[in-house]
Write a protein that binds this ligand. Sequence first.
Ligand code: HEM
Length: 516
Amino acid sequence: MSAKVFTRQDVESHNTTGDLWVVIDSKVYDLTKFKDMHPGGVGVLLHPDVAGQDATEAFYGLHKQEVLDRPQYKRLVIGTIKDEVSLIASPGPGEVSLVPYAEPTWLTPGYHSPYFKETHRKYQKAIRQFVDDVITPDAALNGARGKRPSAEVTEKMAELNLFAMALGPGKHLKGLKLLNGLVTPEEFDPFHELIASQELVRCGDRGYGDGIMGGLIIGLPPVMNFGSEELKQKVLPEIFSGKKFICLAISEAHAGSDVFGLQTYAKKTEDGKHWIINGTKKWITGGTYADYFSTGCKTDDGFTVILIPRVEGVETKPIKTSYSPSAGTAYVTFENVKVPVENTLGPEGGGIFVILSNFNHERWVMCCSSARSQRYIIERCLKWINQRKAFGKTLANQPVVRAKIAAMISRAEAIQAWLENITYQMCNMSYKRQASLLAGQIALLKAYSTRSAQQTAQDAVQIFGGRGITQSGMGAEIEHYYRTVTFDSLLGGSEDVLADLGTRQAIKAMPKNSKL
Ligand code: HEM
């Protein structure tokens, strides 16, 4: 940037079409050449309140700060205003936001938490830096183009062992160097996992985020928990190193939450050594890239989960959904696919247990990301209502707008507090105990999170108005959120089914001696 210093009087005379300057946040911009390329048109820049004037308020009513951070626009700065300093800056990579409620309390300066220790704070810092530096730029590029996350990002994630950590604490971390040794496998607990889930959603592209590891989070646990030693030794390192991809293939056009209605059939060969699988699967996250499919099949004994590699007879084609094809959402067909019986995950006929056993973890991960996404929207809404004027006042002056913000904040804080409580229970309970004591809590929290998320999305669109339904400019993130928010309410068990499950679990646990 040029070091030239001007007075406001100096700037005022540059107010014509052939010589056009403005002041934004105490910086002087020469818009003479740029004006004809300005996406908002020339006229608005030549308005007497703008040309040669301080246009800070006008600018922030119509643009994000991110516009001025772009290199092509940074070049328009020719100097600063004498005795003034610029105040507005985007947080740098890795930094926390100081906007109220933009961060969970434990990350907000001045607040305390009984759960998060120094190890978690170090971990959060490193992951945020990584997401800001490596993942977010790739999400902006490949998410928008509908491409899968780049190989470079996958490699870097594998180097840090982020794929292995996505499965939570456990034996699979033994001997691995986590985040360049920042955390030991013994230290790693569900709070570290919560942090990684919440930081990753900040990349801003929902479909891309699911493409990065949505398939792994749900597809790999059946192998890890129910595969033979041999299978695990082959598959786990391939997936953790980012060389191969896996997905969970359960839902079909015929049935989703109702897993007993599935039609994909696995029949044993006469010698009993192989399965022959026929059928279709739909809405399979990560399916278009997957090398392995943890697949729910009907078998003569009932319902069985089988690991199907991408071999002859397996076809995938992308399904266009409301979010980015980066997620790899697929329609999968299996035609006479031959797989060794050693690829059976768990007992034959016992597939329902294999699937159910991972549901709690999957739903808990979704609660983590839903809570964080709601905060991301709150941050944007708070910024917008402070910089946007209507009827001569900022939107923050409208009680009806403030009431919407109050509801958004209350929901997000309640979800995070419940989530942290459940996470603490996970740190102190065996997996089996979690299955009995936390299934209902997690189901209810997920149903509450996703219902809240939809309300927050709706409120945010009302607050942003037309920008909330526009895929570029100030409301782009709101539009994206509103368009994709319902994914969480369907994936991993639909909202109504889960709310009911939570209540049924409570009814089942009622003590026999308890009467009004
Ligand atoms: C350094 C100065 C400026 C730059 C680099 C700039 C750049 C842009 C860009 C990139 C857009 C497209 C929308 C977006 O990405 O947000 C835009 C839209 C617009 N700009 Fe500017 N602009 C500048 C100054 C101004 C000023 C001073 C005004 C004064 C009123 C203005 C009025 C508008 C309007 C009305 C739109 C259309 C907004 C919409 O579609 O919602 N711009 N500008």
